[in-house]
Design a protein around this ligand. Structure first.
Ligand SMILES: Nc1nc2c(c(=O)[nH]1)N[C@H]1C(S)=C(S)[C@@H](COP(=O)(O)OP(=O)(O)OC[C@H]3O[C@@H](n4cnc5c(=O)[nH]c(N)nc54)[C@H](O)[C@@H]3O)O[C@H]1N2
Ligand SMILES: Nc1nc2c(c(=O)[nH]1)N[C@H]1C(S)=C(S)[C@@H](COP(=O)(O)OP(=O)(O)OC[C@H]3O[C@@H](n4cnc5c(=O)[nH]c(N)nc54)[C@H](O)[C@@H]3O)O[C@H]1N2
Ligand SMILES: [Mo]
Length: 765
C-alpha cells in the first residue's frame, strides 16, 4: 500500500467572525417570516419555477419524502403543500442549481477547500461525477465508476481481515439501499457498521428495548389529537421538527396541555402560528407550552424523580394518581422504584434540577389529573453520560400513569434523519442479531459474521490505532459529525482509503485517508429511472410507518448513480461475480430488493403493494401491550441514579446544539432567528449572572476549553451572548464545538458521545 505526501490541511476550517447582529429572541415560531425565509432559500438555490413545482410534490402520497427530519405526514396532506421552513431549506440544499464538477476540483485543491467554512463548502453545490484523490496529490481528479469500484474491491481484498473495514451509514438512505449495504457488509465478513444513530437516538433504542421490548416509539400521529398532556423534553421542535408544532397545536385545540422541559425557552415551544392556515398567519397564533420547566443541563433525572416522588405522595393520599391496575397487570419493579425514590429528598432533587418548586408543583398537578400522556424527546436527553437513564426515567413516569398502549398516550422519541429509523429496521447495526443472521442465511445462502462490530466511537479509535484501514460512508459527514474533530481527523487520515457516497461536498471529502473517493449519488427529490421507467423506494418515519418515496427532478448530473447501484457495483467488483447473491441484478431492481426485505425482516409482508399510498405500520409490541420478551413478561421499571457533575469553581457544562439555519453539519445560513442571533455561528450563550461573576461583557471574545484525562481541547474565538440559560450552563453550536467532545467519553450502554454535557472552562482572549 502506498505512502502519502503530507497534505497541509485545516481540519477545523476558519474561525473568523462573520459580523454578528443581535435581536431579542422570538416569541413565536413559523408565521409569515417562516414562509418568507423558506421561499427565499428555495428561490436562491433552485429558481422560482423549479421551487414551486417541486414543493407541490413534497410529502404528498405520490411524491417524495422530505429529505429533512423523520416527522410523519398526516393521513390527509394539505393540498397547499405539506412542508415546513426547514424542510424547504433541506430540499433547496439538495435541489440547488450549483454544481461541484471537474472544473471546480481542478481549480481548488483540498488544501484550499479545507480553509473554507462549512457554509461555503456546502454552498458550492451538488457533486456531479466520481472523483479520486490520489496519495501524492492535493487535487481530486475524475475516475470512472468501474475504476472506482475496482479500486475499492482491491483495497478491501488487501485487508488482513474484514474487520479492518468500517462501513458507516447516515440516516438519509432508503430502506432498499440500507438493506443492500448491510447485506454486502455482512457478506464481506464484518459487522463494523457504525451509523449516525450511534451519535443520536442510540440511548433511546437501548432504554426502550430494555424497558418496553422495542427500540422505537409507540405513538402514532393521531395520538396527538387525543392526548391530554404532551411533555416535550430536550427537544427543539420549532427548528428541528417544525411539522410537529401542527400536532401540538391540534392537541391544544382539543384542550390538551403541553409541558416543556428544557434549559432554554425555545421560541418554537412558546407560541406557533401555523403557516398552512390563514388564521395561523394573521392571528396571534396558538400558545403551545403551558408550563416550562427550565431544568439545568443533564438534571432531567433529578427533575423527573422529584415529580415522581411528589406524585407518589399524592397517590398515597389515595388520590389514585397512579394507574395501579396497569402497574399490577403489565409492569415489574414498582415496589423497588418506590423504595429507590426514598433515597432522595425533595430538597436535594430540587436543588439539583434548579427549577422553582411552584412550577414543579404545577406540572405535578397536570400529571396527577391526566392519564393520556405522551412524552416526546430528542438529543437533550440522549447525548449525556447517563442518556439511557434519562429515557428510562421517562418510561417510569409513563408506566406509573398507565400511559402506554392506549390512544393519546405513549413514547415518542423524535428521530433525526428522514430514514434513520428505517435503516436500522432493515439491518444497519453493529450488534449481532442471531435471528437476522439466520434469515439472511436462509434467504441468500451465506453465513453472516457473528462477531460484534464497531460502533461510531469504537470505529474512530480503531482507525486511529490503524486497526481499521478502509472507511466507506453511505452518506453523512463523519469528520464533522463525530466527536473530537482533531482525533477523528487523524483516525480518517490513518486509513489507506476513505470513500464517501454523497450528494454534496463536505469536510469529510477534504480530511481523508491516503487515497479518497467521492461517489456522487441521486438525492431524494430526483427522478430515479430504470429502462426509462421511474422507480420508487421506501422509507420509515419516526412512528414506524413504511411508505414509498418517488423523486421527480432531473438529476443534478447524468453521471450520478443511485445508492443501491453504487453498492451493487462495489459488491460485484469485490466478489467478481462468484457469490450466492446476484449483486448486479439485485441492485438494479428495487422491487426485487423489497421482495428480499420481505423474506428477511419482520413486518414487511407484501411491502411492494402495501408501501404505496400512505403506507403501513410495522409491528409494535407496546401498542399491543405485549411485553412477553421481557423479564417476567412485564414492562420494566428502572432505578436511575441522579447524575453527579462535580464541577470545580470555574467550570461550566456546555451543550452543543443546532441553530435554526443548519441540518447537522450542513449550514444553510448564518442566522438563528428564533434565538435572535444573526449572521454568526461562533457564539456561546451564557447566563448574565455568570458573565458578571467572570467580568465578561456582551460580545467579549473567549476560548472554550475542555480537559479530560489530561488532554486539553480548545475551541477558539467565540462571542459571549447573555442569554436566558441556567447558571453554570452554556450553549454553543455544533459542529464548531465538536472539537471539545472527548472521543472516549460517551453514554453508558449506548456509547453516544456526551455532546450535551461537556465540562469546560471559558478563557477571555
Ligand atoms: N432543521 C433541522 N432539522 C433537524 C436537524 C437539523 O440539524 N436541522 N437535525 C435532525 C437530527 S439528526 C436530529 S437528531 C434532530 C435533533 O433535534 P433536537 O434534539 O431538537 O436538536 P438539538 O439542537 O440538538 O436540541 C436539543 C434541545 O435539547 C435541549 N437540551 C440540551 N441539553 C438538555 C438537557 O440536559 N435536558 C433537557 N431537558 N434539554 C436539553 C436544548 O436546549 C435544545 O432545545 O433534529 C433533526 N431535524
Ligand atoms: N456536538 C454534536 N455533535 C453531533 C450532534 C450534536 O447534537 N452535537 N448530533 C449528532 C447527530 S444527532 C447526528 S444524526 C449526526 C449526523 O451525522 P451525519 O449524518 O454523518 O451528518 P450530516 O451532516 O447529516 O450529513 C450531511 C451529508 O450527507 C450527505 N447527504 C445528504 N443527503 C444524502 C443522500 O440522500 N444520500 C447520500 N448518500 N448522502 C447524502 C451530504 O453529502 C451531506 O454533506 O451528528 C451528530 N453529531
Ligand atoms: Mo440525529
Amino acid at each position: 500500500m502506498s505512502d502519502t505526501k503530507k497534505r497541509n490541511l485545516s481540519v477545523l476550517g476558519p474561525n473568523e467572525f462573520t459580523g454578528i447582529k443581535l435581536r431579542e429572541p422570538a416569541q413565536y415560531a413559523a408565521g409569515l417570516p417562516a414562509v418568507k425565509v423558506a421561499l427565499q432559500h428555495a428561490f436562491k438555490e433552485m429558481g422560482v419555477v423549479k421551487s414551486l413545482h417541486t414543493l407541490s410534490h413534497m410529502n404528498q402520497k405520490d411524491g417524495f419524502d422530505c429529505p429533512g427530519c423523520a416527522w410523519p405526514d398526516p393521513e390527509k396532506p394539505s393540498k397547499l403543500g405539506e412542508y415546513c421552513e426547514n424542510g424547504v431549506k433541506a430540499l433547496a440544499e439538495e435541489a440547488t442549481n450549483a454544481r461541484v464538477d471537474t472544473n471546480f476540483f481542478a481549480k481548488y485543491s483540498v488544501e484550499e477547500l479545507s480553509r473554507w467554512s462549512d457554509y461555503q463548502i456546502g454552498k458550492s453545490g451538488r457533486l456531479t461525477e466520481p472523483m479520486i484523490l490520489k496519495p501524492d496529490s492535493i487535487y481530486y481528479e475524475p475516475i470512472s465508476w468501474d475504476e472506482a469500484s475496482a479500486l475499492i474491491a482491491e483495497q478491501l481484498h488487501e485487508l488482513n481481515s474484514p474487520d479492518e473495514g468500517v462501513f458507516y451509514t447516515s440516516g438519509r438512505s432508503s430502506n432498499e439501499a440500507a438493506f443492500l449495504y448491510g447485506l454486502f457488509v455482512r457478506a464481506f465478513g464484518t459487522n463494523n457498521m457504525p451509523d449516525c444513530s450511534n451519535m443520536c437516538h442510540e440511548s433511546s433504542g437501548v432504554a426502550l428495548n430494555e424497558t418496553l421490548g422495542i427500540g422505537k416509539g409507540s405513538v402514532k400521529l393521531d395520538d396527538f389529537d387525543k392526548a391530554e398532556l404532551v411533555m416535550v423534553i430536550g427537544q427543539n421542535p420549532g427548528t428541528n421538527h417544525p411539522r410537529m408544532l401542527s400536532a401540538l397545536q391540534k392537541c391544544k385545540e382539543i384542550g390538551g396541555k403541553v409541558i416543556s422541559i428544557n434549559p432554554l425557552e425555545e421560541a418554537g415551544l412558546i407560541r406557533f402560528k401555523n403557516p398552512q392556515e390563514v388564521k395561523g398567519v394573521l392571528s396571534s397564533g396558538t400558545t403551545l407550552t403551558d408550563i416550562h420547566l427550565q431544568v439545568k443541563i443533564n438534571q432531567d433525572v433529578s427533575l423527573l424523580k422529584l415529580i415522581i416522588k411528589k406524585l407518589a405522595v399524592l397517590d398515597e393520599d389515595s388520590q389514585n394518581v397512579f394507574d395501579h391496575k396497569f402497574i399490577n397487570e403489565y409492569t415489574d419493579g414498582y415496589e423497588d422504584l418506590l423504595r429507590h425514590i426514598e433515597k432522595y429528598s425533595e430538597k436535594e432533587l430540587l436543588d439539583l434540577c434548579g427549577v422553582e418548586e411552584q412550577v414543579v408543583d404545577n406540572a405535578v398537578q397536570l400529571l396527577a389529573h391526566n392519564n393520556k400522556i405522551i412524552i416526546c424527546w430528542a438529543m437533550g436527553l440522549t447525548q449525556h453520560k447517563n442518556g439511557v437513564q434519562n429515557i428510562k426515567e421517562c418510561v417510569n413516569l409513563l408506566l406509573l400513569k398507565g400511559s402506554l398502549g392506549k390512544p393519546g398516550a405513549g413514547t415518542c422519541p423524535v428521530r433525526g434523519h428522514s430514514n434513520v429509523q428505517g435503516d436500522r429496521t432493515v439491518g444497519i447495526m453493529h450488534h449481532v442479531s442471531p435471528e437476522l443472521n439466520k434469515a439472511i442465511e436462509d434467504t441468500f445462502g451465506f453465513i453472516p459474521p457473528d462477531k460484534e462490530g464497531l460502533d461510531t466511537v469504537h470505529a474512530i479509535e480503531a482507525m486511529y490505532n490503524q486497526k481499521a484501514k478502509v472507511f466507506i460512508a453511505l452518506g453523512g459527514n463523519f469528520l464533522s459529525a463525530a466527536s473530537d474533530t482533531k482525533y477523528t481527523a487523524k483516525a480518517l487520515q490513518n486509513c489507506e482509503l476513505t470513500v464517501n457516497i454523497s450528494t454534496k461536498l463536505n469536510r469529510s471529502h477534504l480530511i481523508t485517508g491516503k487515497t479518497a473517493l467521492i461517489l456522487p449519488t441521486l438525492g431524494r427529490s430526483e427522478l430515479d429511472t430504470k429502462d426509462g421507467k421511474p422507480r420508487f423506494f421506501t422509507v420509515e418515519n419516526s412512528m414506524g410507518k413504511v411508505h414509498q418515496s418517488k423523486g421527480l427532478l432531473k438529476p443534478a448530473s447524468r453521471d450520478l448513480k443511485s445508492e443501491p447501484e453504487i453498492i451493487g457495483s462495489i459488491a460485484s467488483a469485490y466478489f467478481r461475480d462468484s457469490h450466492p447473491v446476484d449483486w448486479k441484478n439485485l441492485s438494479k431492481d428495487y422491487k426485487l430488493i423489497r421482495e428480499k426485505i420481505e423474506l428477511v425482516i419482520k413486518g414487511f409482508k407484501n411491502v411492494n403493494n402495501r408501501s404505496k399510498g400512505s403506507g403501513f405500520y410495522l409491528p409494535n409490541n407496546v401498542r399491543d401491550l405485549d411485553f412477553s420478551k421481557l423479564p417476567n413478561q412485564k414492562a420494566q421499571f428502572s432505578l436511575c441514579d441522579t447524575p453527579k457533575h462535580q464541577l470545580k469553581e470555574n467550570e461550566f457544562i456546555l451543550m452543543t446544539i443546532r441553530s435554526h439555519d443548519q441540518f447537522n453539519t450542513t449550514i444553510y445560513g448564518l442566522d438563528d432567528r428564533y434565538r435572535g442571533i444573526y449572521n454568526e455561528r461562533r457564539v456561546v450563550l451564557m447566563n448574565k449572572v455568570d458573565m458578571d461573576m467572570y467580568t465578561l461583557n456582551k460580545l467579549d471574545v473567549v476560548n472554550i476549553i475542555s480537559r479530560y484525562d489530561n488532554t486539553e481541547r480548545v475551541a477558539s474565538n467565540f462571542l459571549v451572548i447573555p442569554y436566558n440559560i441556567p447558571q453554570g450552563n452554556l450553549a454553543s453550536y455544533f459542529p464548531e464545538t465538536n472539537v471539545l467532545v472527548p472521543y472516549n467519553h460517551f453514554a453508558d450502554k449506548s456509547n453516544t458521545p456526551i455532546s450535551k454535557s461537556i465540562v469546560v472552562i471559558i478563557e477571555k482572549t
